[in-house]
Write a protein that binds this ligand. Sequence first.
Ligand code: DQQ
Length: 545
Amino acid sequence: MQINASHHRVHEKQPYRTWYHFQPPQNWMNDPNGPMYYKGVYHFFYQYNPYAATFGRHMVWGHSVSYDLINWIHLNHALEPSESYDINGCYSGSITTLPGEKPIIMYTGSDTRKHQIQNLAMPKNLLDPFLREWVKHPQNPVMTPPSGVELDGFRDPTTAWQGSDGKWRVIIGAKNGDEGKALLYHSEDFVNWKLHYNPLYASDSTGMFECPDFFPVYISGTKNGVDTSVQNSSVKHVLKLSYQNKQQEYYLVGEYFPDQEKFIPDPDLGGSCMDLILDHGMFYAGKTFFEYGKNRRILWGWSKECDTTQDDVEKGWAGLQGIPRQVWLDKSGKWLMQWPIEEVEKLRDKHVSIMGEKLVGGSTLEVSGITASQVDVEVLFELPELESAEWLDQSEVDPLLLCSEEYASRSGIIGPFGLLALASEDQAEHTAIFFRIYRAPNRYVCFMCSDQSRSSLRQDLDKTPYGTIFDIDPNLKTISLRSLIDRSIIESFGEKGRICITSRVYPSLAIDKDAHLYVFNNGSQSVVISELNAWTMKKAEFDQE
Ligand code: DQQ
């Protein structure tokens, strides 16, 4: 039975509601759950509070379906608290497709005592193309917190994978104090699960590993994805963990040895590479799925609001999902690449381009002729000789500090250069997404930042700037930036998807027709806009069944 959702009307003037990023009609949404492609239909489930625009005690699994991952039909909730084992919330989980094309949800229930336990649910009718109704398994719960794990720190099952011995394996996120654990369970029948004596991975200072995700990636550098159960010499494995203490998405690339149930992360990347983080901005609880038809692995992630709870209540909603991203292992074998799924390009409408335009130091150029509040923009910058870059003493570098303090407006040598998105005409409001290149002993490094500090004249917002530093090829001639701008979200992809940063912003002037988009260069060396293409984005369709 469907919970009677609150009919709080979403505020009429909604400059921050997105045109093409997924959101339900109203109320609070957080983690993506159980994404899958099944018989021609994409399913997307999500943590949802049907009663309010804030997180609540009775979280349900919202459910929407799509034929293209861009236009969606919202359905009734797939799971709602109803039994003693999930009465305090149906929390995050995943879907595995069992032999005979039978999808099964494993999700965390918060029980009568708020202990976290794992449960199963199956579609009521496999012939329903939208799999609208889900039935909870009679043997729930199938896992309860083992010893050495906190009773409310045992959640978020991954998609399961099957070993060559035919057994299913699944990871459950867990914690004990500051210790995070990726617990591994085995099962012959998906119902009776046995804890493996060692966690697949553990750390001592991260806090809870929320929303783990574990999947193989080809080492050849191809963009093709691979099924979660594949294990052979052509793949490495990625273990993605949402560190609760840091509220950020970390991942490890390494070797998985199923016989010993060991995952050994590759040794330190060395150089100036920081920890591997999926997205340096507001992007959390990510989850991937493999799509057979198009042979790709797709990542979803939740982008939380940075305004106040009061704002959310007034808006009547909170939470967005990033545009789904294709993920693959870079040909270096060291990090993941991410790129918005090609389907988003269907929404591209009015197009403008700039070719071969030199941007001298201190200059700004408007990208006019588009609706700058919802844009897909791709720009390729031609760089000057890297030898001219300024020196950086890396021991003193904190990228976040460097990105802040209106760093984009200060002059350097090669950069800062990039985009001013959602800018007011006088540029008093803008979000600067930019690069700056430095020399370091034996190498060159690049900063990429997304700086919200001037994103709004409003004072009561979280405007923390985001950024990172990464090594670049000393022969690098060009660097690329793509931003998906959508009213209150800017997803940016640097260097063809090597670095991703998602920002949430709430301009007070730069809204609707009053938003502008600029390219800028504050480095003393000129950079050339080798090619820039920008498209106004059409509205995606979100229908309620
Ligand atoms: N959100 C869910 C949990 C998960 C957390 C509850 C991560 O299952 O650990 O809504 O954002």
